[in-house]
Design a protein around this ligand. Structure first.
Ligand code: DX5
Ligand code: ZN
Length: 214
């Protein structure tokens, strides 16, 4: 399993220690949640925080943009050296163009679906994307409960990937914990994002290790 801890649940008063923990851990990537208060009803952190993280984080950056018009920031996210840029299907009017622009900027491209958006909406882009991020809670906040129907969406997405010969990875985000993670692994997920489950734990590195073993 690929594990991408979500920094949203970290203690921001000791951010460099939290990043050190990620660097030491078995985490594969670091998941960064950017919110604009428009696409989602919350605001997280922006470029001043991302620029501070960039030089100290040794793991590839998995950037999840919960913002309107994410295409405006492709150049800026590329400058950050991000490995993956996740844009929401619901926020992109010209998704095909946005995916190609992300690739031209040298990053991998992922499309994210809200819980209410069906998997079939990806039929015409699935071969162009490196990853699909299925939201397993409504985006905007950490610590919410996993939406069980997401498991059916994972299975459906796996079928779409197989049928089209796409190489897209399946990532899930929201409510990942000891109970939901094994079910998600069983359903065919490649990447687990986990915020509260990792950062609120007494021994976060052990939680990461546990998810890695799935
Ligand atoms: C929610 C964010 C998530 C969030 C997950 O909108 O996209 O990445 O940090 O938090 P947990 O794992 O606590 O549900
Ligand atoms: Zn996220």
């Amino acid at each position: 399993m690929i594990v991408s801890p979500s920094l949203l649940a970290a203690d921001f008063t000791r951010l460099s220690e939290e990043i050190d923990m990620i660097n030491r851990s078995e985490a594969d990537w670091l998941h960064l949640d950017i919110m604009d208060g428009v696409f989602v009803p919350n605001i997280s952190f922006g470029f001043s925080v991302l620029d501070a993280i960039k030089p100290i984080c040794k793991k590839p950056l998995d950037v999840h943009l919960m913002i309107v018009e994410p295409e405006k920031f492709i150049g800026r996210i590329a400058e950050l050296g991000a490995m993956m840029m996740n844009v929401h299907y619901e926020a992109c009017t010209h998704l095909n163009r946005t995916i190609h622009e992300i690739h031209e900027a040298g990053m991998k491209a992922a499309v994210t679906l809200n819980p209410s958006t069906p998997v079939c909406m990806l039929a015409d882009v699935i071969k162009d994307v490196d990853m699909v991020l299925l939201m397993t809670v409504n985006p905007g906040f950490g610590g919410q409960s996993f939406i069980e129907h997401s498991l059916d969406k994972v299975v459906e997405l796996r079928q779409l990937i197989k049928a089209t010969g796409s190489k897209a990875l399946i990532e899930v985000d929201g409510g990942v914990n000891k109970t939901t993670a094994p079910k998600l692994a069983e359903a065919g997920v490649d990447v687990l994002v986990a915020g509260s489950y990792v950062f609120k734990a007494e021994k976060p590195e052990e939680k990461i290790k546990e998810l890695k073993q799935l």
